[in-house]
Design a protein around this ligand. Structure first.
Ligand SMILES: [Zn+2]
Length: 179
């Protein structure tokens, strides 16, 4: 596994253990060249899925992209990371169990919303508001990332001076905040 910091190719596994209720193997790795440490996960991949975007474009399904969207929605929320990983794996299993190689991106979005609803209401509202407002968006993670980086005053920044998580909640929604 190539080192993500210095690109050296001979990193070493320091520790290897089952995680996510034995659905995955977590490996701690260290790079002998730069001393960098990182973690990799080994998981079963039942089939290669293809995501069909709204534009009709097809791209290989990428678990990391899905995980990225979920993590952005959960930013600053105190949710056990193991639960989050199990949730993501659960979504992937559901997609794999559909019996179809090609999956519309909208269907993935619905599954993520469904799963987030059970996990954390604030993350759910964040994801749902972005997802529903940006039906044409090609990449949820990209859009969510842009909103997270928006300067204070634009009405949507989680990094604003107030550090106010509720900034994500659209005024029309009463799900996470009483007015
Ligand atoms: Zn390195």
């Amino acid at each position: 596994m190539r080192c993500p910091y210095c690109a050296a190719e001979n990193t070493q596994v320091k520790d290897s253990r089952p995680t996510e209720e034995h659905a995955a193997i977590r490996r701690r790795r260290v790079c002998p060249d730069c001393g960098g440490r990182f973690t990799t996960f080994e998981r079963v991949q039942l089939r290669d899925l293809v995501v069909v975007k709204r534009s009709g474009r097809k791209v290989p399904f990428d678990r990391n992209k899905l995980a990225n969207s979920v993590h952005i929605a959960l930013r600053k929320r105190d949710i056990d990371s193991e639960r989050v990983e199990r949730m993501i794996s659960g979504i992937v299993r559901q997609l794999e169990s559909l019996g179809e190689v090609e999956v519309p991106s909208a269907q993935i979005g619905e599954l993520v919303m469904e799963a987030l609803r059970g996990l954390d209401p604030v993350a759910y509202v964040r994801f749902a508001s972005v997802y529903r407002d940006f039906r044409e968006a090609s990449d949820f993670a990209e859009v969510l990332g842009e909103i997270a980086r928006a300067p204070a005053g634009s009405g949507a920044g989680v990094h604003g001076p107030r550090g106010d998580d509720d900034a994500w909640v659209p005024p029309a929604s009463a799900t996470a905040k009483k007015h």
